[in-house]
Design a protein around this ligand. Structure first.
Ligand SMILES: *Cc1c(COP(=O)(O)O)cnc(C)c1O
Length: 239
């Protein structure tokens, strides 16, 4: 296994597994985007990834985006916030994030919109949906998503909805994990039938190091991969 024990080798292996999962699902290999998740890793690790052509990184905390984007300024990097966002950090996200995938409630949407108006910016967002019953997971209940999309479309024009995001249940049972991904896709399919003006639901961000192949089989367009690229995180990072 020494051949994959470099970042280049690990990324190549992930790309191959993405391509294989796409083939099994009868999908085009370029229908799934890899989002490398650099949370908790330092700028040296990000530089190593940049040297391999990666320019877009997932982070869990606005503070880390701020520090890393300052250290790596001017290099055309994109910072994607995937972690739970407190409303009092909306200003930081509106200023520093390229995209937020963890939008899960109306007061956060309102706070982001207000800050984005101040910054003169718009922001691509995904709605984080809770597809499992695990109390530790964030996300909006599926039933609440239709009204939330209408609220954003009507009242918060700086927020450009591009799709949905979820974290599957932590379970050794692949069918339990698959059910979470399927719930997100079926919700998306139903919502697309409602044709809410200004809302796109093309993107489904689902799948992490331990479950991305199942997610691809269920329709993921974006897999968020941390450990399998950067290695084990040395300090815990609550989701
Ligand atoms: C940490 C994290 C990931 C990546 O997890 P790995 O298991 O390290 O691939 C993906 N999505 C979210 C929301 C995360 O917080």
């Amino acid at each position: 296994m020494t051949s994959v024990d470099t970042m280049a080798g690990r990324i190549a292996q992930i790309q191959q597994r993405i391509a294989d999962a796409c083939a099994r699902a009868g999908r085009a290999p370029d229908s799934v985007v890899l989002l490398p998740v650099s949370k908790t890793f330092d700028v040296d690790a990000i530089r190593e990834a940049m040297a391999l052509g990666l320019t877009r990184f997932g982070e869990n905390k606005t503070q880390e985006i701020r520090q890393k984007s300052a250290a790596l300024a001017g290099q055309g990097l994109q910072w994607v916030l995937i972690g739970h966002l407190q409303t009092n950090k909306a200003r930081d996200a509106a200023r520093d994030a390229t995209e937020v995938q963890s939008l899960d409630r109306a007061d956060l949407a309102e706070a982001l919109h207000r800050r984005l108006v101040n910054e003169g910016r718009t922001l691509d967002v995904l709605i984080q949906v809770k597809t499992s019953s695990e109390p530790s997971k964030f996300g909006m209940a599926p039933d609440d998503v239709p009204a939330f999309l209408r609220l954003i479309a009507a009242d918060f024009p700086t927020l450009h909805v591009k799709g949905l995001m979820t974290l599957a249940v932590n379970s050794p049972d692949p069918e339990a994990v698959r059910a979470c991904f399927r719930t997100l896709r079926e919700l998306r399919d139903r919502l697309q039938g409602e044709h809410i003006a200004g809302v796109s639901l093309d993107r489904l961000s689902m799948g992490m190091s331990g479950d991305f192949e199942l997610a691809i089989e269920e329709g993921s367009t974006e897999v968020r991969i941390g450990t399998a690229i950067f290695g084990a995180r040395t300090y815990p990072d609550p989701q």
